[in-house]
Design a protein around this ligand. Structure first.
Ligand SMILES: [Zn+2]
Length: 224
């Protein structure tokens, strides 16, 4: 989905992690005495910022791609028109950043580490990374983008290419096999800036509104 949807989800899961560790006070854990209310607030902000970062970092290569396109005054994502786009640095970067490996590593690490501060932070990293991966898994499924979409299984997708086969795109396979998936990009003419389409889909706007309301409710609950 669009970056702002990942930000909303990151905040929501960050608040959920905060709620999962009641009484956690990162500030006090570092040896500073302060008011309980302030501690809970600061702890919540830290975990939320961490999970928002983790929930959005996968799209960093796409943001960079847009910046370079804008600077070179060419249509955004024009690199994707190249039939050999899957051999480009841009494809490698987004494939890497969208790999399931990152949230799996964060999950295993958060299981292994038993520390009053690092455990919740690692959990926030895990839920942030996983939220992006799972959202993208079910929102990249239009055949128009099959060639240029990330495989989500880096580095294993590249192995198929080594053996002369097409790189399997996990989100498209999921859609084909289960029928589950809603494309977040509007179906417009290829080559016309498909990612930067101005109007977000209605359901994505609904997702953002619902997520923001839930986020607000959770924060109030945590602070109460
Ligand atoms: Zn993404």
């Amino acid at each position: 989905m669009k970056v702002d949807s990942h930000i909303v989800t990151g905040g929501l899961v960050g608040a959920l992690v905060t709620a999962r560790y009641p009484g956690l006070n990162i500030v006090q854990a570092f040896g500073y005495e302060s008011w309980q209310f302030l501690d809970t607030l600061i702890t919540g902000v830290i975990l939320t910022v961490v999970s928002i970062f983790a929930a959005t970092v996968a799209d960093a290569p796409l943001v960079a791609q847009v910046k370079v396109d804008d600077r070179k005054k060419r249509p955004r994502f024009s690199a994707e028109l190249d039939p050999n786009f899957e051999d480009s640095v841009w494809y490698s970067l987004k494939s890497m950043s969208h790999s399931f490996l990152w949230w799996l590593i964060a999950l295993i690490t958060s299981w292994q580490v038993h520390h009053p501060v690092w455990s919740p932070i690692l959990t926030a990293v895990f839920v942030g990374l996983a939220s992006h991966w799972f959202i993208d898994l079910f929102t990249h499924c239009h055949p128009q983008f099959k060639r240029t979409d990330q495989d989500m299984i880096w580095p294993f997708g590249d192995l198929f290419q080594l053996f002369g086969k097409d790189i399997p795109k996990l989100s498209h396979i999921v859609k084909k096999v289960t029928g589950i998936g809603i494309e977040y990009r509007q179906n417009i003419t290829p080559g016309l800036d498909p990612y930067a389409n101005t109007e977000p889909m209605v359901w994505e706007t609904a997702f953002q509104v619902t997520g923001s309301i839930l986020w607000g409710c959770l924060v109030l609950l945590i602070l109460a």
